[in-house]
Design a protein around this ligand. Structure first.
Ligand code: ADP
Length: 596
């Protein structure tokens, strides 16, 4: 179990305080001891000097030493010039002769030399540690050196008493410092814990966590550094978040499907288009196995082949979804996203393939449409060249046929050019405000002779003026095509043109009592070159492009064309366009393609 920071701080502080107090005490004790010894020295010297100057000549130095020693409370020693001890407080009477010569004692030799002698040593005479002070005595007194000494044990006793006081003071100081140290340690530990909590909150993603910066000591500075770091990492995180959102938006709006698959074949990310292209309602959640999400052996094989490779693999993949989509799939290894991770990009080729097919069909249809009149032209021309010119009966008929075929070729070319013009991406409507009823009346009037010749009753139902903002030339062509068809495919009866309006739209209906269109053919009559009865259409100069042009014109105006018809009973074509073109003029490329 780790020791808490508070305990460690406390123990550290206590150790420091204890060490400081111990050092102080040791120094104080040494100082005290030196001071006590110094004071004793001084007292001994003063007493010795006083004694030496005041000393009367004596006969019995032993008795004098005993007496003075008793008075002063010191050991008194009288020594002569040779170092012989004349009297000593501690030497019992009669034993003086056993005391060895003191001339060699350091304090005595110094005093014999005329100086104050000092020493601190073990006395061989008394067997205890003593402090000695010896001073020279004035001459003529019978004694040369007066020495006073005091047992060190006395000094030590004093010193020990002082030591005890010092130790008691140190212990008291230590005791008093404990709560203070405890408080300081607790406070510091609490501040560090607070910083740790802030760091933990920041680490767990709480950007609002802030450390205290006061007081401005090291911990305060650390708090400020943590706050600065938090601020910087917050703005960095925000920038990263913005980048990620941008990436997400780009990915979400990408028309290509993008999926990131890990080394184990599980989806890491997938955009909406990817799910759409794979025919699945929602993008796969992270962790879902890709092979389960979309059951395509080809895609699976492509992903596997790209895994661990250093270059992208590509393939065209047909998915057997309801739309039978054709996709261009590219699988590129993406080691940065994890071991064996692969980025899969799907591009929809279905529309491109369809357009390609449409183009091919169109070329085939045009070639087919041109071949018949061209073959006919060549046949009649050759017949004329091979003697037909000499045949007055038939040559005029041959030339008429040649002219009719040329007219048909011209009509096909004209309709093709019209269609090409309508399909140009940059095609723009030449908008102008005009009366739709008046435009329809003109077309009806233009066709009336032909209708009358065929015994048809062609009429525009009366009504008020109906103003529209549209491309007049194209709308007139649309009406002409519908009227032309109505007259063309009606044997007898009538053709009626009706015009009307709703809140935002105008409409025009062309109703006939002709041959009608079987239900199965109705959805296809707006396709290029589609005819219900080919022979009849050709015979009447039809190109198979008229209704396709009608649908294009309606779509370009933001409107639509519909058909109600029953075989043998007649047909009604209805065109609806907005009164005002939405968002100004101009078609978009999509409306062109949508048309048949
Ligand atoms: P066409 O040049 O042959 O008229 P369209 O594109 O105008 O070509 O029409 C396509 C086909 O739709 C026609 O061939 C015809 O079979 C049918 N159709 C068009 N209008 C009518 C109509 N009013 N009555 C019957 N059939 C029609």
């Amino acid at each position: 179990m780790s020791v808490s920071l508070r305990v460690r701080l406390f123990a550290g502080h206590v150790l420091v305080v204890a060490a400081a107090l111990t050092l102080m005490t040791v120094l104080a004790v040494r100082q005290q001891f030196g001071w006590v010894v110094g004071r004793t020295d001084e007292a001994l010297e003063r007493a010795a000097r006083h004694m030496a100057t005041e000393l009367p000549p004596q006969d019995d130095w032993e008795a004098a030493a005993a007496r003075m020693g008793a008075t002063l409370g010191y050991r008194v020693t009288f020594i002569d010039r040779t170092g012989r001890v004349l009297g000593d407080t501690e030497v019992p009477p009669g034993r003086l002769s056993e005391v060895e010569n003191h001339a060699a004692r350091p304090e005595v030799s110094q005093a014999l030399a005329g100086r104050t002698g000092r020493a601190l040593r073990h006395s061989r005479t008394t067997g205890v540690d003593l402090v000695y002070v010896a001073v020279p005595a004035p001459p003529g007194r019978g004694v040369a050196v007066v020495r006073l000494s005091e047992p060190l044990v006395m000094i030590r006793a004093l010193d020990n008493a002082l030591l005890r006081i010092s130790l008691a003071a140190a212990a008291l100081a230590l005791l008093l410092s404990v709560p203070l140290v405890l408080w300081v340690a607790g406070r510091e530990a609490a501040r560090i814990r607070e910083l740790e909590a802030v760091a933990r909150r920041l680490g767990s993603g709480d950007p609002t966590a802030r450390a205290r910066e006061q007081p401005a000591d090291e911990l305060g500075q650390l708090g400020r550094a943590v706050n600065r770091m938090a601020g910087e990492s917050r703005s960095r995180l925000e920038a990263l978040g913005r980048e990620r959102d941008e990436r997400e938006r780009i990915l979400a709006h990408l028309r290509d499907g993008v999926a990131l698959v890990d080394g184990a074949g599980r989806v890491i990310r997938m955009n909406r288009s990817c799910a759409d292209l794979l025919g699945v309602a929602l993008p796969a959640e992270a962790g879902v196995p890709f092979a389960e999400f979309v059951r395509s052996a080809e895609l699976d094989a492509l992903l596997k082949s790209a895994r661990g490779e250093d270059r992208a693999r590509e393939a065209d993949v047909r998915l057997w979804t309801p739309g039978q989509w054709l996709l261009h799939a590219m699988a590129a290894p993406l080691p940065g996203a994890g071991e064996g991770a692969v980025l899969l990009v799907l591009h929809d080729l279905t529309e491109a393939e369809r357009l390609n097919q449409v183009r091919q069909d169109f070329v085939a249809n045009v070639s087919h449409e041109l071949r018949t009149p061209l073959t006919s032209l060549r046949g009649y021309a050759e017949t004329l060249l091979e003697g037909g010119l000499e045949d007055p009966e038939n040559r005029e008929r041959f030339v008429r046929v040649i002219r009719d075929q040329a007219v048909r070729l011209e009509a096909i070319a004209e309709d093709l050019l019209t269609l090409a013009g309508l399909e140009r991406p940059e095609a723009r409507l030449d908008l102008q405000r005009f009366d739709l009823r008046e435009a329809a009346a003109r077309q009806v009037a233009a066709l009336r002779p032909r209708a009358a010749a065929a015994g048809l009753d062609l009429a525009l139902e009366p009504g008020p003026e109906l103003r529209v903002n549209a491309d007049r030339r194209l709308v007139e062509q649309l009406l002409a095509n519908l009227l032309d068809n109505a007259v063309k495919f009606t044997e007898r009866g009538r053709v009626r043109v009706r015009i009307g309006e709703s809140a935002t739209r105008v409409w025009c209906e062309v109703e006939d009592t002709g041959c009608g269109i079987p239900e199965a053919d109705q959805p296809r009559v707006f396709e290029r070159f589609y005819r219900v009865d080919k022979a009849r259409s050709r015979e009447r100069g039809g190109t198979g492009l008229g209704l396709s042009i009608v649908k294009h014109i309606a779509t370009l105006h933001g409107g639509e064309v519909s058909l109600r018809s029953r075989a043998t009973e007649g047909s009604t074509f209805r065109v609806e366009i907005p009164r005002e073109p939405a968002g100004g003029a101009g078609p978009n490329a999509r409306s062109h393609r949508a048309a048949g």
